[in-house]
Each structure stands twice: as C-alpha cells, then as structure tokens.
Design a protein around this ligand. Structure first.
Ligand SMILES: Nc1ncnc2c1ncn2[C@@H]1O[C@H](COP(=O)(O)OP(=O)(O)OP(=O)(O)O)[C@@H](O)[C@H]1O
Length: 299
C-alpha cells in the first residue's frame, strides 16, 4: 500500500470525569516517521486507541488520506491501511509464530466469496451466487456462504493464495529476525522476540500507516536488531527501552517515503505530549527496508 496522510482534528477522549485527550490536532504527511513523546499517563496509548478504532473518540475527527475513520471498528480501519502494535503485547499466544503473521494477512487471503467472485470469477461460485441472490438472499450473506464454501473446498486458487501468504509470512519473519522460529508457539518466544513478531504481524496487513506503541520496550538498547541497516549506527542511536527518565518515546508512526514537514503539537490538559519527527528511532529499530519498501517487508 502507498503511504497515507494522517490528519487529526480537535480529537478528544473523555473517560467519565477524566479528560485523557483534549483538542489534539496534528498532521502526519505521507511517508514521514514521527515520535509521540510524553510522560506516563499523558495519553499516548489512548491516542493510538482512538486512531485505530479501539476507542471511539468523544470529540474531533480523524482522516486517513482524506477518508474520515474515527468511530469505525478496528478491522475496518486495518483494512483501510492502519496497523499497530501494542504497549502490552497482544499476540495469539497459543498459535505459532507463523500463524500469528498469517492472521495479519487475513484480509488479503481470498478464501472464496467476494475476492474470488469479483476478481477471478470461476464458473461454479458465480452460478451459486446468482442462484442464491435470485432466491432472495442478500449479497453479503451470499458472499459469506461462498467464502465458507471456498474455505472448506479450497479450490486451487485458494490454495495458491494460501501458499503465497505463507511465503510472505516467512519473509516478514526473516526481516524481523525470527527466521527459524516459525513453528514455535508465540507464548514461548522471549519478550523482545514477541515485540518483533507483533511488528511482523502489523506489516503483514500491508499498512499505509504503521503505529508502534513503545516498540523498543524490553529491547536491549545496545544490541541492534539483526535486520538493522547499520548495526554500528543503530547501537549508537537506539533509545532505551522503558526509559528511566520521566519522558518516554512511547509511540511512533511511520509510512513509506520521506519528505520534510512540520506538524503541530498534540495538546492535553493533563500533561504535555510532543510530536517529533524522529526517523532515527524507527530506522534503528526496524531498519530502512521494512519502512521504506523493498522485498516482501514493504507495506
Ligand atoms: N479505558 C480507560 N478507562 C479509564 N481511563 C483510561 C482508560 N484508558 C486510559 N485511561 C486513562 O487515560 C490516561 C491516559 O492513559 P494512557 O495509557 O493513554 O497514557 P500513556 O501516555 O500511554 O501512558 P504510559 O506511558 O504509562 O503508557 C490515564 O490517566 C489513564 O488512566
């Protein structure tokens, strides 16, 4: 997916008596990497939750490449191009490493239904679709039925798509340094590797905007990740995990390409939150390949 522009206009989030976000206004142009910095409780995670549909903001609006997205459910926002990781890791603990990344590709794996009908049109599902629609079934229900049938019957096109998804998942895992761990259960990975897996899963959704919540928490600040473009540079530039100082670079977002610009600072009545353009943090962590495109890791 190409890089997306994010515009946040007067965003507010109220938890009964608590104002977590008030009048947050900012713009992230396509292709830029920024850090969101603020003390504990400043509202960084709440902000990400509002952008990704986990919270419905109480005021304001969010636009992704011109489309208003606030209030939409998380899976729809993911489909529109925003992927995220979580401060408190949320993997599918009892699924394998590979399966976790496959889940991230779910929206791009045709198993029947709409994808096959609209783009490939094999004769049999089309006939079934027509029959069901003629009998008065709503189109969405018909698509659902055919999707289930496709998943059960697994015709050659579905199997080919699944094989491609597995191959891409393996490439993503290699890109984040998890080659050879594909069949391990996610819960058995060390903490730092679980963070890497979350990033691979997020990239698997082919995002146009990637939100990373405390991506370096629990990571060794001195040992660069294996996929880093320059281990010497990243060793110098990487930030401490959960910083001992009061200010934390808890969250970052990134999308492909880079271009200079400035954005306004986010405002919160509770504590200051700064938005900084800081490519070093992300590049040191992910390596430029994952962010800027190239190979299968490119979103
Ligand atoms: N679901 C919720 N219900 C009530 N209050 C909430 C909820 N989620 C967040 N808050 C409150 O909103 C404020 C902002 O929390 P948030 O987790 O967004 O801060 P943060 O900047 O991410 O902090 P940290 O760096 O510690 O993660 C806090 O006071 C928190 O208690």
């Amino acid at each position: 997916m190409t890089a997306a522009e994010l515009i946040v206009d007067g965003l507010g989030m109220q938890f009964e008596g608590l104002t977590a976000l008030a009048d947050v206004t900012l713009r992230v142009p396509p292709g830029e990497i920024h850090g969101l910095i603020g003390p504990n409780g400043a509202g960084k995670t709440t902000f990400f939750n509002c952008l990704t549909g986990f919270y419905r903001p109480t005021s304001g609006a969010v636009y992704l490449s011109g489309q208003r997205i606030d209030g939409l459910p998380p899976h729809v926002i993911t489909g529109l191009g925003i992927a995220r990781t979580f401060q408190n890791i949320r993997l599918f603990a009892n699924m394998t490493v590979l399966e976790n990344v496959l889940v991230g590709q779910h929206q791009h794996i045709p198993v029947g239904g709409t994808d096959i009908l609209s783009t490939r049109r094999p004769v049999y599902p089309t006939a079934v679709e027509r029959l069901l629609i003629l009998r008065g079934f709503p189109r969405a229900a018909v698509n659902g039925v055919i999707e289930i049938a496709g998943a059960i019957a697994r015709p050659p096109r579905v199997r080919a798509a699944e094989a491609a998804a597995v191959s891409r998942a393996r490439d993503l895992l290699a890109a984040v340094g998890l080659r050879g761990r594909e069949n391990d259960l996610a819960r058995n990975l060390p903490y730092g590797d679980q963070r890497r897996l979350e990033i691979a899963r997020a990239l698997a959704t082919r995002p146009s905007l990637l939100l990373l919540d405390e991506p370096t928490a629990g990571m060794n600040p001195r040992k660069p990740p294996p996929w880093s473009a320059s281990s010497a540079a990243s060793a110098t530039n990487s930030i401490p995990p959960s910083s001992s100082s009061n200010t934390r670079c808890a969250s970052s977002w990134a999308s492909a390409k880079t271009s200079p610009s400035s954005i306004t600072a986010a405002k919160s009545p509770r504590a200051p939150v700064a938005i900084q353009r800081n490519p070093t943090v992300i590049e040191a962590y992910l390596g430029t390949r994952a962010i800027q495109g190239g190979g299968h890791a490119a979103p």
